[in-house]
Write a protein that binds this ligand. Structure first.
Ligand SMILES: NC(=O)c1ccc[n+]([C@@H]2O[C@H](COP(=O)([O-])OP(=O)(O)OC[C@H]3O[C@@H](n4cnc5c(N)ncnc54)[C@H](O)[C@@H]3O)[C@@H](O)[C@H]2O)c1
Length: 253
């Protein structure tokens, strides 16, 4: 077990990548605080963890709100006495939109959740990690930051900010033994995927077109990303910080 005795807090734990990571971290011995704006979804993840014999906590949190981020850290620490791993994973997608049609409210919402949410998570978790002598912060970026697709302008920019933020914090927090790592998944089979294609459901044509852009010839599963998150959070990655791990089947080459 790679995370025995560890306490992890995962945002966006109610679905997709956050869900798969919560289950995997719990299987590897971590107690997992499942935070999501959708409390019912977080509850389902927590129930699955408990059913498998693990320990979980359900936290309703909107990561764009400072009091919610403070609350999710405080509840985790109040319950289990520490916080070893923060996974800033919650995010929202963008439907392909030309810049002249990108309205300000959409731009602001993407930045509020994808960028401000990561900042707020770190802001409230870092004092706890410093006090306990270390920790790991994982931030979900995207290949959209490195190799953008047309029309995913605000989304790609938000994930670019996540990568820059990760590197800045990795340097700043290295003396405190806090590692900070970004994960950059390519298209991943989650409820978010159709939005990136400008659709409500993924049809075969859209899927095939996407797959053709990925050298290894398939999309990510949420578990592909969860396994990378596990590696980055574990002792196996103890010299990894400031890195952006591309989980992309070769898309960014
Ligand atoms: N699916 C992909 O193709 C893909 C590719 C690269 C990166 N990502 C990133 O991976 C992360 C997870 O996405 P996913 O694909 O698992 O999507 P998803 O839609 O399955 O899950 C996202 C979860 O985040 C939650 N969430 C949304 N806004 C929130 C908020 N303000 N506060 C708290 N929780 C909130 C949702 O309720 C949902 O449970 C996101 O940051 C996303 O940008 C996804």
């Amino acid at each position: 077990m790679k995370l025995q005795g560890k306490v992890a807090l995962i945002t966006g734990a109610g679905s997709g990548i956050g869900w798969a990571t919560a289950l995997l971290f719990a299987r590897e011995g971590a107690r997992v605080a499942c935070a999501d704006i959708n409390e019912g979804a977080a509850k389902e993840t927590a129930q699955q963890i408990e059913k498998a014999g693990g320990q979980a906590l359900v936290i309703r949190a909107d990561v764009s709100r400072s009091e919610d981020c403070q609350g999710m850290v405080e509840r985790t620490v109040a319950t289990w006495g520490r916080l070893d791993i923060l996974f800033n994973n919650a995010g929202v997608p963008q439907a392909p939109t030309s810049v002249e049609n990108l309205d300000e409210a959409t731009f602001d919402r993407i930045m509020a959740i994808n960028v401000r949410g990561v900042y707020l998570g770190c802001r409230h978790a870092v004092p706890v990690m410093k006090k306990q002598g270390g920790g790991v912060i994982l931030n979900t970026a995207s290949t959209a930051a490195i190799r953008p697709r047309p029309g995913l302008n605000a989304y790609g920019a938000s994930k670019g900010a996540v990568i820059a933020w990760t590197k800045a914090l990795a340097l700043e927090l290295a003396p405190s033994k806090i590692r900070v790592v970004a994960l950059a998944p390519v298209a991943t089979d989650t409820p978010m995927l159709p939005t990136f294609m400008g659709k409500t459901v993924v049809d075969e044509k859209g899927r095939e077109a996407m797959v053709r852009t990925i050298p290894l010839g398939r999309l990510n599963t949420p578990e592909d990303v969860a396994r990378a998150a596990l590696f980055a959070a574990s002792e196996d990655a103890q010299m990894l910080t400031g890195t952006c791990l591309e989980i992309d089947g070769g898309r960014c080459i």
